[in-house]
Design a protein around this ligand. Structure first.
Ligand code: NCD
Length: 316
């Protein structure tokens, strides 16, 4: 029996192109995979016979391992290509690597790359479905989807939920994708950080901008902390980590400014004692570990949705 289509597009390159219906359907499907992943038997065979390649040009813990588990739980054959030890370190270009991998007939290609637009470029050159697992400062669609799912599970909805995204927004693809997706779903998004770490045209993003952590936290339902992404900074953006923590680190006292039932999120990797205190990261309001669990389920939903489209294409 043909299963209903969930995504209109062949690839998942960003959240910018997703409709409310698509986002909702992906979250609903992910809920089914949360349930499956909590069972003794975690595997289906929906992707049996399919080949998934994970091509990671940047370091990753959570994203790569969850894409791997997601593919395996759906029954696909999953191959991880890490760039260290591959021909990329010998100077091969992204496109040459892509064309080589494409010749091995993968069905799904997951890519993380340091350049914005890399996933889109790849999608034009290969014949399989491409999933963006983070491209430069641009987008990280599955992170935004898993964050939205985590929020929906705690707040029951996304509409009118006040989400304070705090820290290094400027260099963060997680922030960009979250701003787009959460705004589309009707959440009230705030960005909170020191001027140099906010995007140049912050006001145009349709969010509320705060230059003080205390102000930004007041009345928030969700507090999302971000790491200082030093690898993307050219120059000195902050005086020192100690100084940064003093003004922008989330501790228990500051968290009390948010709503009483506010949840604390972080996409990882965390820098404890820089943007977040351990007592908060490991405290009762933290849903950081749940985000990781949702990550596997959301990636299963995305892989499933794209594989459905491949079936349709083949049948047409
Ligand atoms: C993020 C990323 O790579 O964009 N990590 C992740 O995927 N969970 C955030 C970061 O690197 O700080």
């Amino acid at each position: 029996m043909e299963r209903p289509a969930i995504l209109n597009s062949r690839h998942l390159l960003g959240v910018a192109g997703l409709s409310i219906a698509e986002i909702t359907a992906l979250m609903d499907l992910a809920e089914e995979y949360v349930a499956l992943s909590r069972q003794r038997e975690k595997k289906t065979n929906l992707l049996r016979g399919r080949t998934q390649i994970n091509l990671f040009f940047e370091p990753s813990t959570r994203t790569q391992s969850s894409f791997e588990l997601a593919g395996k739980r759906l029954g696909a054959d999953v191959m991880n290509m890490s760039v260290k030890g591959s021909s990329v370190s010998k100077g091969e270009t992204l496109l040459d690597t892509a064309v080589t991998l494409n010749a091995m007939n993968p069905d799904l290609l997951v890519i993380r790359h340091q350049h914005s637009g890399a996933a889109e470029l790849l999608a034009q050159k290969v014949s399989c479905a491409v999933i963006n697992a983070g491209d430069g400062w641009h987008e990280h669609p599955t992170q935004a989807l898993l964050d939205a799912l985590t929020i929906r599970r705690h707040k029951g909805k996304l509409e009118n939920v006040v989400v304070a995204i705090c820290g290094d927004i400027r260099h963060s693809r997680v922030a960009r994708s979250n701003i787009i997706l959460l705004s589309r779903m009707g959440a009230r998004v705030r960005i909170v950080g020191p001027g140099p770490l906010l995007p140049p045209s912050a006001e145009r993003l349709g969010v509320e901008v705060f230059h003080s952590l205390e102000e930004g936290l007041r009345g928030a339902d969700v507090v999302m902390m971000l790491r200082l992404q030093r690898e993307r900074m050219d120059g000195a953006f902050i005086p020192s980590e100690r100084e940064y923590y003093r003004f922008w680190g989330l501790n228990e006292e500051r968290l009390r400014l948010a709503k009483e039932d506010a949840i604390v999120m972080h996409p990882g990797p965390m820098n404890r004692g820089v943007e977040i205190d351990s007592s908060v990261a490991d405290g009762p309001r933290s849903v950081i570990r749940e985000q990781v669990e949702m990550g596997v389920a959301v990636r299963m939903a995305v892989l499933d949705a794209l594989a459905r489209n491949l079936e349709r294409e083949a049948a047409a």
